[in-house]
Design a binder for this molecule. Structure first.
Ligand code: NIG
Ligand code: FE
Length: 404
């Protein structure tokens, strides 16, 4: 069955589209692919005749489905009490050093069974999907044992089976030092590398990440994790320069990283290294906001160097309990100075690149996946403009509408 969606204001997010918008646009959906994209007046007659169904969207804005390229969606518990502590003056780092933070969520996640983890993550995922998310990245990193990391990744894979959404899994055992390895950081990194090979053999891992910071892992430890990933031909990404400048982005760039994420403390050398490597900068305004950070990521420098900028929620219970990708578009503009167009590109085409999906996802073009959203909006700027208004009217994943 081929369906012709027409009378759309198309923001294709593809390079070279004039002004980026196609008025009276049409999408021909052939199973899970876009068979044709363009102004309806240019649609070849035989293609129109071949369509078995036509849907008139009445001039509404149509964009690629949103891609949330950085989340920690699977976990147990919450950290609202820590939020209160931070409001009273404790810092994220202090709480982490005192054994709270990530480690608190590790304890809660280990104590939560698989079905409950799945149900909790499913609720979060549905909220995201209702705002137009069609692909999501989900990291491990709250298990910190071989079995608990595997559980998280299996839950993430199962979410893809039970929801109309694409899921990419990222192995993040190098998120915090497991309590069993207190004062034995090197041994823990060795274990992280050994588990990676096993979990990869089970088909659970699409990419490998680490938290390189003064409250995370050192540059040398991060390098060891990356070497293990490279030996398995797995792509890497990095939580880099969030609280301090460790040179993590330059290291990640040397390993051909898909992305470096956070980047508030990125320096000029890091920007140059990322530009040379074609590495995506994933900016996370939710974490910046929620932790009341004051150091802004170097957006002008990234832009000037031609580094693609992506935007994500970083959903997690500690630094970014955010389930609204649309709010991230707004914050990317208001807090980081992106244009609404850049922010939307960041949550579509550039987010796809950050997941290694740049050739198939994130733009509306012939041959790409039929993942798109029809919005109650006339122009892309409206998506970043409203706060708390979900303009997602129809969501199509792999050519199929509406299921969650
Ligand atoms: O992306 N910075 C490290 N990891 C997460 C926070 C995880 C947590 O606090 O539970 C982040 O901000
Ligand atoms: Fe994160």
């Amino acid at each position: 069955m081929t369906t012709l969606w027409h009378n759309a204001t198309l923001a294709t997010m593809a390079d070279g589209a004039p002004g980026g918008i196609i008025e009276r646009g049409a999408l021909l959906v052939d199973r899970d692919r876009l068979g044709w994209v363009g102004p309806i007046g240019e649609l070849p007659r035989e293609l129109r005749l071949a369509a078995t169904q036509e849907i008139d969207v009445g001039g509404a804005l149509v964009t690629p489905g949103l891609i949330d390229c950085h989340t920690h969606l699977v976990y147990g518990g919450e950290r609202a009490r820590e939020f209160e502590m931070r409001l009273q003056g404790s810092s994220y780092e202090e709480i982490a050093r005192a054994g709270g933070g990530i480690r608190a969520t590790v304890a809660a996640t280990r104590a939560t069974d698989d079905d409950r983890l799945q149900a909790l993550a499913s609720g979060r995922l549905r909220t995201m999907m209702a705002e137009g998310v069609t692909t999501i990245e989900i990291k491990s990193g709250y298990g910190l044992t071989r079995n608990d990391e595997a559980r998280m990744l299996r839950v993430a894979r199962r979410l893809a089976d039970s929801h109309a959404v694409g899921v990419r899994t990222t192995y993040l055992a190098a998120h915090a030092l497991a309590p069993e390895y207190e004062d034995r950081g090197e041994d823990y990194v060795e274990a992280v590398c050994a588990w990676l090979a096993q979990l990869h053999a089970e088909g659970l891992v699409d990419a490998v990440d680490a938290f390189c910071d003064n409250i995370g892992f050192s540059l040398a430890q991060t390098r060891r994790v990356f070497e293990a990933a490279c030996a398995l031909r797995l792509p890497v990404k990095l939580h880099a320069e969030q609280f301090s400048n460790q040179g993590g982005a330059a290291l990640a760039a040397r390993f051909g990283a898909l992305s470096c994420d956070h980047l508030e403390h990125l320096d000029a050398a890091g920007v140059r290294a990322m530009a040379a490597a074609g590495c995506v900068a994933v900016l996370l305004p939710g974490a910046y906001y929620f932790l009341r950070q004051t150091q802004l990521p170097p957006v002008r420098e990234l832009r000037a160097a031609g580094v693609p900028i992506a935007i994500a929620t970083d959903h997690n219970p500690g630094s970014s309990p955010v389930l609204s990708p649309l709010l991230m578009l707004n914050m990317a503009c208001v807090l980081f100075g992106l244009t609404p167009w850049e922010a939307l590109r960041g949550a579509t085409a550039h987010a796809a690149r950050a997941l290694g999906l740049g050739s198939t996802h994130g733009v509306l073009a012939t041959g790409k996946r039929a993942d798109f959203v029809v919005w109650d909006a006339a122009h892309p700027s409206e998506l970043a403009y409203y706060i708390g208004r979900n303009a997602c009217r129809r969501r199509v994943h792999g050519g199929v509408e509406g299921k969650s």
